[in-house]
Write a protein that binds this ligand. Sequence first.
Ligand SMILES: NC(=O)c1ccc[n+]([C@@H]2O[C@H](COP(=O)([O-])OP(=O)(O)OC[C@H]3O[C@@H](n4cnc5c(N)ncnc54)[C@H](OP(=O)(O)O)[C@@H]3O)[C@@H](O)[C@H]2O)c1
Length: 159
Amino acid sequence: MKIIIIAAHDPNLVIGNEGSLPWHFSEDMKHFKQTTSGFPILMGRGVFEELGSKPLQHRQNIVLSTTKNYDNVACYSTLEQAIEAIKLEEPSKLFIIGGGVVYRQTMKIAHEMIITLVHKEYKGDTFFPEYRSDIGHIWREINRIHCNENLSFIHYTRI
Ligand SMILES: NC(=O)c1ccc[n+]([C@@H]2O[C@H](COP(=O)([O-])OP(=O)(O)OC[C@H]3O[C@@H](n4cnc5c(N)ncnc54)[C@H](OP(=O)(O)O)[C@@H]3O)[C@@H](O)[C@H]2O)c1
């Protein structure tokens, strides 16, 4: 099972502000849906609440929380338990969809990262972990698509 982080960050690694995305780009939503549909997605309680505590369709939703349990999704109180349970289903890929707390814990176990680089700077309070100094020795860029003036999609694999 390949563990793949999928995230969108700005030039300063901003990913969120006041519990939401700082931006709305329909091209990125479409890219996210196309990439993750059919695969399990793992998220923190913060992201699940941002989704109105409703699972995203056409994907198995798994939520991490030590304080809450939901009856409409699989919920685990440790990352290790969640990963072990997902592995039992033998999916080829698991997508880690955030947020900041979950990205920080999963960066070291991820095999790939699919990053949407938001070209403009935004105000934010939640950040993606610093990884750019690791490009070339931990992460290798394998694909980059210039989507439009606002966004690029960059695919990294662990070296
Ligand atoms: N730009 C992007 O690609 C992107 C993607 C996703 C999210 N975001 C943004 O990021 C922000 C939300 O991120 P966040 O860092 O505040 O929250 P988060 O990572 O979504 O959720 C954090 C919570 O998840 C639970 N959790 C995390 N790791 C756990 C573990 N190992 N075991 C058990 N529970 C665990 C804890 O819940 P309990 O407190 O219940 O224990 C923790 O408080 C929002 O602004 C959102 O818009 C951006």
